[in-house]
Design a protein around this ligand. Structure first.
Ligand code: AMP
Length: 423
């Protein structure tokens, strides 16, 4: 038997209601903040991600699904959305139409990671990118937006961590300082961190290894060596978060090891999802548009993982989805009336009344069981002596009351179902 690929998941009908619930909330919230949806292709030229995420990152180095097509072009299934969104922004000159372009997406991403709870190979992200302004208020808006969505889902166990990476110049000066601090401790670092010492020293802060953490915890902090503009922008973000009542903590170890990331970086963690605690990550990337061939344009954004968020919601029982139901289940009492039942169902559907009936020639008892399984609000019995007398029996499933309706008067049936909705 062929099974789904490890690290991928079917979203089954029994699970879909919470996805719809989340997607509706997302679209409403993004609209509230005036973000417009963008959809980009599933695959792109590999070079886009190599340049747009960085060769030295785990994503590009180890995790991409890269393949050659028949014309030997190297393609990659998108592992994240910022690079594709920026590519599209440049290609279609979106900035010329709208100097501040606010975009959102909900889409599948692909990374060849070791699957575990909350870590998949195909997963879904939603996120936002605002391209065209260097205002720190826009950074605060990103956090407010992401945090607001998580709160609207009823999540409680959240931590907002923020940090500033300063400008690339500040970072270069700081990297020298860090190098000096780690120089004589280099031999005690893990192999990965020793490599990062030479390739991308900031990423040593990402190490989860305890001995590395013990060494790095006493290192000078980038946040203490910020330039004036970054410092003042960071203050504005913090003030704005305080004003909007968003609790946050400054985490100087929250780094992104790529040069086009600038100033604010943030992450929202949940204590309800096990080892993979990050629900959402984001920050400012003022130099990426240039890196990908556009005009220098400041930008900021975030990405959040849908599966991980839904896992947190499930663990916290943060929202409850009402069971799905249909308006009417039609029960065929005499098998000879099959086409009559089919005609009634067409009439009801044409009036926006959801309904279904039995196509398997089952007994009345089995049809009744089916009606219960579907949470039908009404059951309509068609057949028997009643039918011979020109009537049908409509049963209200919430209170058990029954009413006879002439089958020649479909309008009465429709009106009854529409004017007496059962919540
Ligand atoms: P990133 O693009 O790595 O900053 O990730 C942003 C968010 O996407 C994370 O905070 C997670 O919620 C989610 N995410 C990242 N990688 C995975 C994965 N392999 N499986 C499931 N969710 C993921």
């Amino acid at each position: 038997m062929i099974k789904a690929i490890t690290g991928t998941k079917d979203i089954l009908p029994s699970d879909i209601a919470k996805w719809h619930y989340l997607e509706k909330l997302l679209r409403e919230t993004f609209h509230l903040y005036n973000y417009k949806e963008i959809r980009t292709p599933i695959f792109e030229e590999t070079a886009l991600f190599a340049r747009g995420i960085g060769e030295e990152t785990d994503i590009v180095g180890k995790e991409m699904y890269t393949f050659k097509d028949r014309s030997e072009t190297s393609l990659t299934l998108k592992p994240e959305m910022t690079a594709p969104v920026v590519r599209s922004y440049i290609e279609h000159s979106l900035g010329a139409q709208q100097p501040l372009t606010k975009l959102y997406y909900i889409s599948s991403m692909f990374r060849q990671e070791r699957p575990q709870a909350g870590r998949l190979r195909q997963f879904n992200q939603f996120g936002a990118e605002a391209i065209g302004s260097k205002s720190p208020l826009l950074d605060a808006e990103m956090i407010q937006l992401a945090y607001g969505i998580l709160k609207s889902l009823g999540l409680k166990n959240l931590t907002v961590k923020i940090n500033s990476l300063g400008t690339p110049e500040t970072r270069e000066t700081y990297k020298k300082l860090l190098k000096k601090f780690l120089e004589d401790k280099k031999n005690k670092l893990s192999e990965d961190s020793r490599r990062r010492f030479d390739t991308n020293i900031l990423r040593i802060f990402d190490s989860k290894i305890e001995s590395d953490q013990n060494i790095i915890k006493d290192a000078p902090k980038l946040i203490e060596h910020l330039d004036e503009e970054s410092k003042s922008d960071f203050e504005i973000v913090k003030n704005q978060l305080s004003k909007t009542g968003i609790p946050f903590q400054v985490d100087p170890t929250l780094v992104r090891g790529l040069d086009y990331y600038t100033k604010l970086t943030f992450e929202i963690d949940s204590g309800s999802v096990g080892a993979q605690t990050a629900l959402c990550g984001g920050g400012r990337y003022d130099l990426l548009i240039e890196t990908l061939g556009g005009k220098p344009t400041p930008a900021t954004g975030f990405a959040a993982g849908v599966e991980r968020i839904l896992l947190a919601c499930e663990n916290e029982k943060s929202f409850i989805i009402p069971e799905q139901s249909i308006d009417v289940y039609l029960i065929r009492v005499d098998s000879a009336l099959e086409t009559v039942v089919a005609d009634f169902s067409s009439d009801l559907r044409s009036q926006n009344i959801s309904c279904d009936y039995d196509y398997l020639n089952r007994s009345v008892k089995a049809q009744m069981r089916e009606a219960n399984k579907m949470n039908a609000k009404y059951v309509l019995f068609i057949g028997g002596d009643e039918y011979k007398n020109g009537m049908m029996n409509l049963k209200n499933m919430s209170n058990g009351s029954e009413e006879k309706i002439p089958y020649s008067n479909i309008n009465q049936l429709i009106e009854r179902i529409k004017t007496n909705p059962i919540s």
